[in-house]
Design a protein around this ligand. Sequence first.
Ligand code: NI
Length: 402
Amino acid sequence: MERLKDKVLSLAEELKDEVIEWRRYIHMYPELSGREFNTAEFVAERLREFGVDEVIENFAGSTAVVGLIRGKKDGPTVALRADMDALPTEEKTGKPYASKIKGVMHSCGHDAHTAMLLGAAKLLCQMRDRIHGSVKLIFQPCEERHDCKGAKWLVENGVLENPKVSAIFALHVFPELPSGVVGTKPGPFLASSDVFRVRIKGKSTHASRPHQGIDPVVISAQAVNTLHHIVSRYVDPLEPAVLTIGKIEGGFAENVIPDEVRFEGTIRTLNHEVRKRIPKLMEKALWGITTAYGGAYEFEFEEGTPPLINDEKTTLFAIGKMRELLGEDRVVLLERPTMGGEDFSVYLQHVPGTFIRLGIRNEEKGIVYPLHNSRFDVDEDALPVGVAVESYLALEWLLTHS
Ligand code: NI
């Protein structure tokens, strides 16, 4: 029998033109988070066309499409995930396949993720006799926002059950790696991203008679200072964390002490414990400071995405298998995490899995722009690599664990 990796590589290469065509179509008609109606329909149609055994549209009332491919042999279930949403960016690439929707663009490469997972679905349908178990395909909406039905919603509504998923993998295009090179690391890989809002309440009075009021400007100045000491004084220096206050407002005139001052910010961490501790320390500081001055506070903490922590075992497995598939020189160990966020982290709180970066940088083609940039593009020569990686990891995971 033909070696698994050779078969996967040759099928992925055969699918290249089709995957590029899908990617360009999705790219031309981008849809914002939670409104991926046309994209979801396109995905579901393709999956049915390939003969995917189960195709669920509008999963749990969202725009998600979930597919299941049953292998010819018994075994566990592995999941592959792609996100489908675009961003409110005006595209400036000037490419023939540029966005046709004004002010909306696939500037984070989710068009490529969706197309590659479609490619893997088609490939795996052609290799059913070599699948030991099942492959679940999760086409997820709303990765870019917290206020619609993304990973958290899908997980809460059982996307990892029936059949139960034993491991999960996902790819994200990465303009800092050369085209066709993949990279990942075990452990913390991307940061949590939470938001907070604070209202400092005082008592308004004339600026010339501060003793008759309670000055929320002065209290806020103390609070802003002290909150910045949380990371530097209460968090282990070897645990990266960021607390930034990006907005502050209050007051009306130079000669009036106002009633209140509001500020808000974001917290990033790479560790679940640190993430849990910081808002508690903030609240304690706010209570202490406002009490000392006779004021009051309101503290609102909005949970975003958890830190993305790659499972040790699945990640070492993935690195080994990708080296086998692509060769040692095309798989890099990314030593440093970044403080950006990704809601794939939510799946990783429930099942072991690995988030993998796929290089799409090509200087010769001028494909060098960062994610979320209006000139961002993907070197399409990397797409079959992504298709092969997803397919091979799924096949090998099932083979090894059945
Ligand atoms: Ni993204």
